[in-house]
Design a protein around this ligand. Sequence first.
Ligand code: ADP
Ligand code: ZN
Length: 596
Amino acid sequence: MPTPTPRVSVRTRRVALITLAVITFSLVIAATVVTYQRRQPPLQTINYSQLYGLAETSGAVALQVEGETLTVTRSDGSRQEATVTGEAAQHEIVQLFRKQNVPVEFRPLQPGFLVSSLNWLLPVLTLAFIGFAGWRIYSSMSGKGSFELTDHNGQQNVGFDDVAGVDEARAELSETIEFLRNPERFSRLGGRIPRGILLYGPPGTGKTLLARAAAKEAGVAFLAASGSSFQEKFAGLGAARVRHLFAKGRKLSPCIIFIDEIDALGRQRGRGGDSASADQDQTLNQLLVEMDGFDQSSAVVVIASTNRPDILDRALTRPGRFDREIAVDLADVGGREAILKVHARNLKLEDGLDLQWIARGTPGFSGAELANLMNEAAIAATRDDADAVGRKHVEVARDRILMGAERQGFMMDDDERYATAVHEAGHVAVGLAVENGDPIHKVSILPRGRALGVTQSLPERDRFMKKREYLEDQIALLLGGRAAEQILLSTMTAGASNDIERAVEIARKMVSEFGMSRLGPIHLGNGDQPTSQGLLDRIEEATNELINEQLERAREIVSAERESIGRLVELLMERDTLDADEILSCFRTSKNVRAA
Ligand code: ADP
Ligand code: ZN
C-alpha cells in the first residue's frame, strides 16, 4: 500500500545534518589557520657564535629571553632562536643587544609539556564538545530512542488473552481493529474512520495493555510514547518530537500510535504566561495539526490514555481528533476474578485456593494491584518453601499491599505501643459500632510503612454509590483514634494527623461536591466563574461542623465502649496483631456492636 512519504521530517533531518557538517568543517579550518599563524614566522635555530655575531651587527629589532632560550627578531621579520646556558653568558649577550638599542623582553618560563599541549588540546576539546552538543540536539530533535516500537508485524507478546475484565472497552475497539486489518475496504464502504481514541480511567486498569492487544489483534505495528516525554527543556523540541512521532507512524502505516499520559501534553492551553507553558501549548498545537493532517489513505490510529480526562484541552476531543472516548474502569468482582486468572496462569495454586474468594476480598483493586497481589503471594509461598500458593500467602500479600510492609528492626517502647494500641482500639470500636461501615478485618500495632499501627476494614462488596450515612461513618471511624486518645489517654498524638487529613477530605467533598451539608447543593466555580471568598468561607465552616459532629459521635462510642476497648488494648499489647475473631471476642459484652 502506498504511504505518503514524511517529507517534512526527512528534510529537517537533512538540513540539521548539513548545518552540523558545515559548522564542524569551518571550525576545523579556523583552528588550523590559528595554529599555523602562531607558528609564523618559522623559527630558525642558531648557535651561540651566530647569536653573538647578530648582537654585534645590529641586525636585530627585538630580543626575547625565556629561560635559557633567546629569540631574536630581525628587521626582515624572520626569527632566530638560540640556547644560552649560564647566567653570566646570558647577561653578556643581553648587554650586547642593549648596546645596539635592541629592546629586550624577559618572559616567564613557558610551562612544561602538559600545559603547552593545551595549545592544541583546547581547540580539539572545544571541537569535540561542540560536535557532541550538536549531535545531542540533533538526536533529541529527531527523537531517536524516545519511542518504543514493537515489531512491524505486530508480533508482540501481549494479546487480548492477557487483558481481562474490560470487555466493554474491548468491544469498542473492535471497529478500530477491523479498520486496521482492512483499511481499503473500510474507506470504500465510506465508513468514517475511527482515527483517535481516548482511553480514560484510573491508573493500572489495563489501558496500555488494551492498546497493545489491539495492535496484536490487528497485526499492525505499535508505536508508543509517553506524554511526559514531550515535555522538553528546549523550546520547540516537544513539538518537533510530536512531528517526528507522527512521521514515523505514517511511514509504518498501518499502525497504532499510543500516547500514554496524554494529559502531560494535552492540558488546557493558555493557562500560564511563562515560557514552559507556552512551549507546551506549541506541543499541543502540533499534536492537533498532526491529528487533522491524516488523509484517507493512511491507516494510522492514535490511541491516547489518561486518568484525568477533565483537564484535557477541549480541542483535543473535537470530531476528527480524539472523538471516541472509552472508559476503562476498575473491574467488578467477576472482572477481578478474570484478571486474577490471567495472573495465576503460571502459578501453582493450592486446591483450597479459590480465585473467586480472592476477588471478593479485593474490592477497589486495579488490574495492576491484582497482578502485584499474585506476584507477592508467589513470593510469600517461595519464602515458606511451600509447594503451591495458598490462602495464607494471599493474605500476607494483601496485608502488605493494603498496609505496607512490616518495618523490621523498629522498636517502640511500651508507652508508645500502649498509646498506639489505644488509638487503634478507638478506630476498631467506632468501626464496629457504626451501621454503614465496612467490617473490621484486622488490627495491628506493628509499625508498617509510615504508620505505627493499622486498623483494616474491607468492603464486603463494591460500592458504586456512596450514601451520606456511609461517608459520615467513614469520618467517625477515622476520628475514632483521636477520640480514644482524648478520652483514655487525656492527650493527643501526632499519629492522628493522617486520619484527620483523610476525614477532612471526605467532609469537604460532602460539602462542596455532593451537596450533603446545610449549604445544600453548591458548585465550586471553575476558571470562567471563580468561587467567591464568601462561599469558600462557608464551605470551610460547614466542613468543620461535619468533622466536629463526627468527632463527638466517635467520643460517645469510645466512652460507652471503655471496657471492651480496655480488653482489646491488653490483647494487642500481648499479640501485636489481631484478626476479626479475636477482635470480636473483646467486644462480646458490647451492645453497640453490630452482629458480626
Ligand atoms: P494503565 O495503562 O491503565 O495504567 P497498564 O495497562 O499499564 O495500566 O497495566 C499495568 C499492569 O497491570 C499490566 O501490565 C498488567 O500486568 C496488569 N493489568 C492491568 N489491568 C489488567 C487487566 N485488565 N487484565 C490483566 N492484567 C491487567
Ligand atoms: Zn489512626
